[in-house]
Design a protein around this ligand. Sequence first.
Ligand code: ARG
Ligand code: ZN
Length: 881
Amino acid sequence: MREAQPKSIFLKDYQQPAYWIVETGLTFELQDGYTDVYSRLQLQRNQSLTADGSLRLDGQQLETLEIRIDGRVLAADEYRIEGDSLFLSGLGENPVLEIHTRIQPEQNTALEGLYRSGSMYCTQCEAEGFRRITWYLDRPDVMSVFTTAIVADGSRYPVMLSNGNCVADEILENGRRKVTWHDPHRKPAYLFALVAGDLLCKEDTFTTMGGRNVALKIFVEPQNITKTEYALDALKRSMRWDEEVYGREYDLDIFMIVAVDDFNMGAMENKGLNIFNSSCVLANPATATDAAYQRIESIVAHEYFHNWSGNRVTCRDWFQLSLKEGFTVFRDACFSADMHSATVKRIEDANIMRTVQFAEDGGPMAHPVQPDSFIEISNFYTVTIYEKGAEVVGMLHKILGKDGFRKGTDLYFDRHDGQAVTIYDFVKAMEDANGVDLTQFRLWYKQAGTPVVSASSEYRGDVGELHLTLRQSCPDTPGQTAKKAMWIPVQMGLIDSQGNDMPVNVSPAVNADGLATWTASSQVLHLTEAEQTFVFSGLTEKPVLSLFRDFSAPVRVEMQQTDDELLFRLQHDNDGFNRWDAGQRLMLNWIAQAERSEFELPAKARAVLAGLLADSTLDAAMVSYLLTLPSEAYVSEFRDVVDPQAIHLGRKRVRLALAMALKDEFAACYQRLLQHGEYRPEPAQMTARALKNLALSYWCEASDAGLNMAMRQFETADNMTDQMAALVALVNSGDAELAQRSLDAFYQQWKQDVLVVNQWLSVQSGSAETGTLEHVSRLLSHEAFDWRNPNKIRSVVGAFANQALCNFHRTDGAGYVWLADAVIRLNATNPQIASRLLTPLTKWRRLVPVLSALMRAQLERIAATQDLSPDVYEVVSKSLA
Ligand code: ARG
Ligand code: ZN
């Protein structure tokens, strides 16, 4: 056990810093084996505090070679270094601090700060990586103008980049090259970036609405230069969209993206110099699936949108992380909805909320969108901060309407441009621009946990009324009990027996706050009390209720609807999202039933599903979601006690029943959607491929004809979407020999391409058929695996523990031991990744007793490990608490 346990940091303890850093000058001397960093900081005493001239700076794993104040070198007894702090005293009002540190990018396996990825240097400074570069006030409210010089061997590092504009490029007397960058925009250190390497650049230009010509550049390793086109296109579309939808224009003459192979997260919005995990930016038709294209489009947009929501207006402290992340995820979701289908995007987002975020809310790491404490901030880049945060912003959009929301964001950007602010400031701008009181709404940021809304209704035919009673509650979460009622927007409609929406007359027409209850344009009931009854009148028949259309709030909804009503809504609901939701509820019922006995698809349901498959007027991508069974993880979230093996069996039976009952329909659907002509990553083609490949996966399960078709598609596909879909079908065919043969052929075809190989790893690790413990253990010693690369770790270890649930939850607990071994190993090299891999082990409390005990034992084993990083310590200790 560690001696001093890491401490929590609290939001309530926030204080401004004693000094500001007005200007930051950095010079990096890149040498083999080490890098020297010379900083020159122009400080300014913070007048709003009664500072006494003493200052604490952040630093980690730095070798401190020299410190000067106002030009004078400090003697060893004139400063104090204690752990990760440097203490200076006796500073004046405007001192100049110059520090020489030495760091070891080559040894940096945590991938925070300055590190090497392949033959290049790159940085990742969010959240607290800059302190691994030099002593600094590494906190987002300290904003500075940066000038950065990079000195290196110009022949080995022809490309040297930092934020802003390149202002000098010279050859020094010793033959080394020095490139200087200046960023005119004040920014916190977490947005700093540096790249040096032998890279190729793909260029384009963009003219902003104000007429600024912006050079767009994507830098990649030479072998990837043919994979840059799509990201550039997505970037231009994002830039235009942000002008049109938010009135936001780009503010530098150059915008750069660099692709790197070793990266902990997806991408990073460094000012003017975004750095991307290569898996989130590189694509061509032969190697990237449609899903990868869509992910690239949304991440490029996300990082670009941060230029306003994050960079121009940033966070005061890390408790405000969702200020930039929730808002920016909301923005990129709307962008994706505009580029593709809004309904499908909503389905995908709700699916993530229900499988991953609701699980987080129900587990030991539950936290509010604005947390009140943390041990390690890296652990709080979560689905709650990002996705639930985006849902909360989305509810503001629903409550205020499109125009009101835009008034709010305009005021927010105007009022706070150049500032580091709080979530409170964001909501305040929404209030002030619209004249509404959002006091109660703010609870969404403060209260953790997933609210439960239960609905009951009574139809009174004699008076033509429907009485709908909604009750809300929110379960206890660590550190929070007795929660208050929240403001929950309930978008809804009433459906008549023909499937049409009925006119709505509801009372009360106005609630206690003077809010209109339901209008034709909003279609939203405002649930603000613990219990409220709404009366719908003037009804000529008993309506079918459609509640929480468009997933209007991130809540669990409990309501009694019969399988017939659910089937009716699957067929007729006018809200595409609720068609999917009704179908998923129905399928959950089927799976529960199939866990107890053999399952046969009811005739009525068969007819409806066959109708969907044959209806070519529907959005094919939506149909493919309507016919996709909820994942095992999704099913688990609807159970009080989780029995993974039972869920696996039930789902498998339902899948087979669907495949058998609709065999001919799937075959016909597949044939109808076969595409001829050149592959393009465009919406119309993508949606057709999605349904075609879904049909193939069922067809394969039902007949040899389907399996033969999958083999043919695997061999002849000219694009990765089709080849990968066929591979997945073959891997899951139940024929182990065929699965291995296909995997081998695929590897031989693609072993030169890292990103494809990573997909190959995750297909087998994540499969119930091939993702056995023996198989994934062998993958760890395969030539394609590398413990230093986060993408590969996610592809093997992450896929096994999060997707191959029946294998991970082996009844002897060996899957848990294996995952714990991986966590312990990575704790020493890359704590961020180690901590993320732990998530499946945090769910032990809800498992059936035998598994629960086995899993808990592994958490205890990790807890007893020497030298636990704060990252792993926090998750393990909170999970066992
Ligand atoms: N700000 C980045 C993004 O969401 C993510 C950075 C995550 N960094 C980390 N250390 N967890 O676009
Ligand atoms: Zn982000």
